[in-house]
Design a protein around this ligand. Structure first.
Ligand SMILES: NC(=O)c1ccc[n+]([C@@H]2O[C@H](COP(=O)([O-])OP(=O)(O)OC[C@H]3O[C@@H](n4cnc5c(N)ncnc54)[C@H](OP(=O)(O)O)[C@@H]3O)[C@@H](O)[C@H]2O)c1
Length: 252
């Protein structure tokens, strides 16, 4: 084992949801580790990511997709596959909806399951097929503390992230012997757009902070090391794990 086994030179990575937040930081981290990166989201990749990529010509490209649509995603996967041999898939994009369970609109429930779980599976199938043919690939899913816990007013999100953790294990069981590592990262409370409602609620914010042993919210950059590691050959024998990056939250 050498430091080189953490590098991703010559690899091509797809990252969903790199217009902001965790996806933008992870995509930049993969670039710095030497990978070419293809981002997939509705808008453009984050400006910070585009600035980072400007230093390594040709290393970043973007495909527009609406993950809520199976047809849009199928077209986007075909488009990426026509131009790239994808070695690494980071299923990062996700959405949240907050309602009391008793009043949870079914459309919102379905939308969250669709983007967070169905799209992740469709992407794993879409890029996993060629990985299995080549006998090499890495899938890193974005799970959550709500892969373990039920949360409050987030029934759809908790269901979707529980499913992401189980999907990670199910795919691992079928693909590990065929050269494809499937793992997940479970971020704790990270200061992104997704948590605007919690960050602006002083009471909830204080309750959350009091429970985090590290004593602070995470930043998107806190996720980069774990994703790069799982995407690298340093993690060759790591299969089917869900790695919390949560400032110690789950240890409480
Ligand atoms: N923040 C946290 O505390 C936290 C904790 C645990 C897990 N996570 C997970 O980490 C991942 C990233 O979260 P984040 O906080 O960085 O979220 P975020 O800042 O809200 O960013 C979400 C990303 O997902 C993309 N996206 C959403 N809906 C999409 C759609 N229909 N089609 C294509 N792209 C779509 C967005 O791109 P566009 O809007 O440009 O399309 C954006 O790039 C998610 O899976 C989330 O569940 C986050």
């Amino acid at each position: 084992m050498t430091a080189a086994s953490f590098r991703l030179d010559g690899r091509t990575a797809v990252v969903t949801g790199a217009s902001r937040g965790i996806g933008a930081a992870v995509a930049e981290g993969l670039l710095h580790a030497g990978a070419r990166v293809v981002t997939m989201q509705r808008g453009a990749p984050a400006e910070s990511l585009q600035r980072a990529a400007a230093k390594c010509a040709g290393a970043l490209s973007a495909v527009t997709v609406d993950l809520a649509s199976t047809a849009s995603l199928a077209r986007a996967i075909d488009d990426v596959r026509a131009h790239h041999d994808v070695d690494i898939l980071v299923n990062n994009a996700g959405i949240q909806a907050r309602h009391d369970a008793a009043d949870f609109p079914l459309d919102d429930f379905t939308a969250v399951l669709d983007v967070n779980t169905r799209a992740a599976f469709q992407l794993a199938q879409g890029f996993g097929a060629a990985m299995l043919e080549r006998g090499y690939g890495k899938v890193v899913n974005m799970a959550s503390l709500l892969s373990y816990q039920g949360g409050l007013r987030v029934a759809a999100y908790a269901a979707s992230k529980g499913a992401v953790a189980q999907l990670t294990k199910a795919l691992c069981n079928e693909w590990a012997s065929r050269g494809v590592n499937v793992n997940a990262v479970a971020p704790g409370y990270i200061g992104t757009d997704m948590n605007e409602a919690l960050l602006s609620d002083e009471t909830r914010n204080t309750q959350i902070l009091e429970r985090i042993p590290a004593g602070r919210w995470g930043s998107p950059d806190d996720l980069v090391g774990a994703v790069v590691f799982l995407a690298s050959d340093a993690a060759a024998y790591v299969h089917g794990t869900v790695l919390p990056v949560d400032g110690g939250w789950l240890a409480r």
